[in-house]
Design a protein around this ligand. Structure first.
Ligand code: NZQ
Ligand code: ZN
Length: 392
């Protein structure tokens, strides 16, 4: 087991009507004027925005609004937010939505505490040293941004999707009412489940020994998400499944299921380029590349994949670890299909050309300057091969 630091400062307020606490939570954090940040309209249609405004008003917290955040949130919206917050004297960022809105709020929060161009942090030209406070009201179980240290932003010019990961951006609080997710389209629920599972799988696929407790937490979380996703496919308003999925979203990406392991994160790096180029839903993009990644790296440690196959996918062990592992990967593909997720890029809806695979590969290596992965280190040739296998 590796040494680790586990840091999760986010206060979680979970359950029915939790959103009524929002104004008091902002107040308790010292916020006096918030940027109310949201997406393309779901929070207006559901009436959530009005409830949040009422809660802010009753706590004596002023606000300005900025909606229009899109999935794979854009840098131009971040710049707009920074300018608005400076003009209005905003001292607290309140994200009402999913990972895209939260990540956009985090980026604005970084930008407000920095003299230079906030994109510097995303392309690794500078390191943040501060950040304005961020709070969240979550409306989709997926990205885990409500407790994570991460913000992922897409720069329109060049279609570059890049992350900035520091503890400064961990939200002060996360308001989570599972009922708020009832209105999600089935595709978004399933894509969210795929993403939640992947946040733990990226940590679980490790060659690090002696992580028994972390393995057990990870396997329990993965089985739970699998069950909830199947339940919600047939019964979208099942409260227990919505609640367990929502809590899994946070636990999967707040660090708990990676304590003592070495993270891999290759699938996320492969997907971020897909999101930047194709604007696909993040979880669906992950599902489209995972089987190819898994088959490519399986020889590095068949025993780990066999453990996953038996303990998570529930397959009967075969004669060798490799054979058990292959059954586990096939079972994962079946699960993706069962919840309406793709298992290849073709199933994701794209017939990619060789030139497009070259472009994805080049961007994924940050223009020939890096390798990716931890379970197995992947160079440019490996990355190209996995994209080609994923094409389907
Ligand atoms: O914009 P609105 O109208 O709100 O619609 C959204 C959006 O179209 C809709 N939606 C959300 N809640 C809803 C709802 N529709 C009806 N009812 C509700 N209750 O769902 C769509 C997707 O929303 P989005 O915020 O994009 O989803 P998600 O939470 O999956 O976030 C994806 C983004 O997060 C990044 C991804 O790369 C992607 O850009 N990630 C962020 C991470 C982090 N910060 O820790 C980690 C992840 O690995 C991921 O990379
Ligand atoms: Zn993810």
């Amino acid at each position: 087991m590796q040494n680790f630091v586990y840091y999760t400062p986010t206060k979680v307020v979970f359950g029915k009507n939790a959103e009524d606490e929002t104004g008091a939570l902002v107040r308790a954090q010292g916020g006096t004027k918030v940027l109310l940040h949201y997406g393309s309209g779901s929070v207006k249609r559901s009436g959530l925005l009005d409830k949040i405004i009422a809660s802010l008003n009753s706590a004596g917290v002023a606000h300005v609004e900025l909606g229009g955040v899109v999935p794979n949130p854009r840098l131009s919206k971040v710049y707009e937010g920074i300018a608005l917050c400076k003009k209005e004297g905003v001292d607290f960022l309140l994200a009402v939505g999913g990972g895209s809105v939260i990540d956009s709020a985090k980026a604005i929060a970084y930008g407000l505490a920095y003299e230079g161009d906030v994109w510097d942090f995303y392309e690794g030209k500078a390191e943040p040293t501060a950040c304005y406070p961020v709070g969240t009201v979550l409306t989709i179980a997926a990205a885990g941004s409500e407790m994570s240290n991460s913000s992922v932003i897409t720069k329109e010019e060049g279609g570059l999707k890049r992350a900035c990961n520091t503890d400064y951006a961990r939200p002060r609080f996360a308001v989570m009412n599972p009922e708020l997710t009832y209105t999600l389209p089935a595709y978004q629920t399933a894509s969210g489940a795929a993403d939640i599972m992947m946040h733990t799988m990226e940590r679980y696929f490790t060659t690090e020994p002696d992580t028994q407790l972390t393995d057990a937490l990870a396997e329990g979380l993965l089985r739970t998400v699998k069950d909830c996703a199947l339940t919600l496919r047939d019964a979208p308003q099942d409260y227990a499944a919505r609640a367990n999925l929502m809590w899994a979203s946070s636990v999967s990406h707040n660090g708990l299921t990676g304590c003592g392991t070495v993270g891999d994160w290759a699938c996320h790096q492969l997907e971020h380029e897909l999101g930047g180029m194709l604007d696909c839903a993040h979880g669906a993009g992950l599902a489209a590349v995972w089987p190819a990644w898994a088959r490519y790296v399986l020889p590095t440690c068949p025993a780990r994949f066999a453990q996953f196959a038996v303990n998570v996918m529930g397959v009967t062990p075969a004669e060798t670890d490799t054979a058990t592992a292959e059954k586990g990967i096939a079972a994962m593909e079946d699960f993706y299909h069962a919840i309406g997720m793709p298992a290849t890029l073709r199933e994701l809806g794209y017939e990619l050309t060789d030139a497009q695979l070259d472009e994805l590969t080049e961007k994924c290596t940050y223009f020939h300057t890096r390798t990716i992965g931890g379970f197995q280190i992947l160079n440019e040739k490996d990355i190209r091969a996995i994209y080609a296998m994923a094409r389907g």
